[in-house]
Design a protein around this ligand. Structure first.
Ligand code: GDP
Ligand code: MG
Length: 374
């Protein structure tokens, strides 16, 4: 990536956005929180705030998935895209997700009980082949933002939902700048086309003003008019997602110990710590020894998005797991280890480090308050 939004820089530096905007102002740059900065400017600001910055070399192709090592490159297989749905409140994110889930996931299921696991996968027919798409069921973009702030990259494609009767709104713009900052391709779902007064063309016009030009107008952003209520064009939307995924050439090495990201975690009274893990490389198996953030665990049970117990999860799939000793945070990375003692030692060391840095942060914030800097 070659730029960074002000809000992202603030999160990375654990600084306030105001502080950064003020610093930019003294550099002669008028900025708001969604303004993007080139890496050099970001570095200068960071250094003014007392943080030394290293700009990593640009990676290309498969390597950009930071979860891949060199030895994986010889054993890459394509993996399904992981999709996040974003957009303004009430534009239909939940309805769209439900509608896709109902038509695609619940089909033919006994009782049609769908488990909430934070992610689920659907089958998409595309050019005579069945492909899979994994949707992250995160609440709006909060989780997305929180995870990205912690450096986790879990989304391959963002579906931006814009209501055809309401057009581009503040959270639409926010979603656009988040996706752009993350370098994630956007597919626009212009929703509620069944509604009277809906005007998809006006929405396209507005999106164009925000840098998203529809393909049919010579731009690069696929836009599909849909209705979450009637189900119109949902297949087309899914196909579009598959198509974009294909161009991204997403891949991973299924023949290794798994690694990935925690996308949800909580403490269940009956079951203990429960976490949803998104496998981003390798294959996760029952009985695996893992470290998730600072937490150690041995996978006792794995449950997929249909509530079924499974024994393995391959790249891009998300499963709920039991067997962690503590509750990790969303955005924590996890790794499987062959050696249980090593895994325990790593988890121990990390929680020690976290304790130390928490104390340090507390001490720093006190210093700031005492010196009267606001
Ligand atoms: P979210 O806040 O983005 O998750 O939006 P919701 O999915 O909760 O939808 C907000 C409202 O819009 C609800 O009352 C939905 O029933 C309605 N809605 C969502 N999609 C459509 C659609 O395609 N057509 C119509 N007519 N209403 C919709
Ligand atoms: Mg919702």
């Amino acid at each position: 990536r070659d730029n960074l939004a002000v809000w992202e820089l603030a999160e990375m530096l654990v600084a306030s956005e105001t502080e950064i905007i003020k610093n930019l102002f003294f550099k002669g740059i008028a900025a708001n929180i969604t303004q993007t900065l080139d890496m050099e400017t970001a570095r200068l600001v960071a250094e003014d705030l007392g943080v030394e910055v290293e700009i990593p070399e640009k990676k290309s192709g498969a390597e950009k998935t930071e979860m891949l090592d060199n030895e994986d490159l010889e054993n890459l297989q394509s993996r399904p895209p992981v999709v996040t749905i974003m957009g303004h409140v009430d534009h239909g994110k939940t309805s769209l997700l439900d509608s896709i889930r109902q038509t695609k996931v619940a089909e033919g299921e006994a009782g049609g009980i769908t488990q909430h696991t934070g992610a689920y996968h659907v089958d998409v027919e595309h050019e005579g082949e069945t492909k899979q798409v994994v949707f992250l069921d995160t609440p709006g973009h909060e989780a997305f933002t929180a995870m990205r702030a912690r450096g986790a990259k879990v989304t391959d494609i963002a579906v931006l939902v814009v209501a055809a009767d309401d057009g581009v709104q503040p959270q639409t713009q926010e979603a656009i700048s988040h996706a752009k900052a993350a370098g994630v391709p956007i597919v626009v779902a212009i929703n509620k086309i069944d509604k009277e007064g809906s005007n998809p063309d006006r929405v396209k016009q507005e999106l164009t003003e925000h840098g998203l030009v529809p393909e049919e107008w010579g731009g690069e952003t696929p836009m599909v008019g849909v209705s979450a209520i009637t189900g119109e064009n949902l297949d087309e939307l899914l196909e579009m997602i598959s198509l974009v995924a294909e161009l991204e050439e997403l891949s991973a090495n299924p023949d290794r110990l798994a690694r990935g990201t925690v996308i949800e975690a909580n403490l269940d009274r009956a079951r203990g710590p429960v976490a949803t893990l998104l496998v981003q490389n390798g294959t996760l198996r029952l009985g695996d020894v893992i470290v998730a953030g600072p937490c150690f665990g041995k996978i006792r049970a794995m449950i997929d998005d249909r509530g079924q117990r499974v024994e393995a999860a391959s790249p891009s799939f998300a499963v709920e797991i039991l067997g962690l000793s503590e509750v990790p945070s969303a955005g924590d990375e996890f790794d499987v280890y062959a050696d249980e003692r090593q895994a325990r030692a790593i988890a121990e060391e990390r929680s020690e480090q976290m304790r130390t840095s928490r104390l340090q942060r507390a001490a720093n914030s006190r210093r700031v308050t005492l010196s009267g800097v606001s």
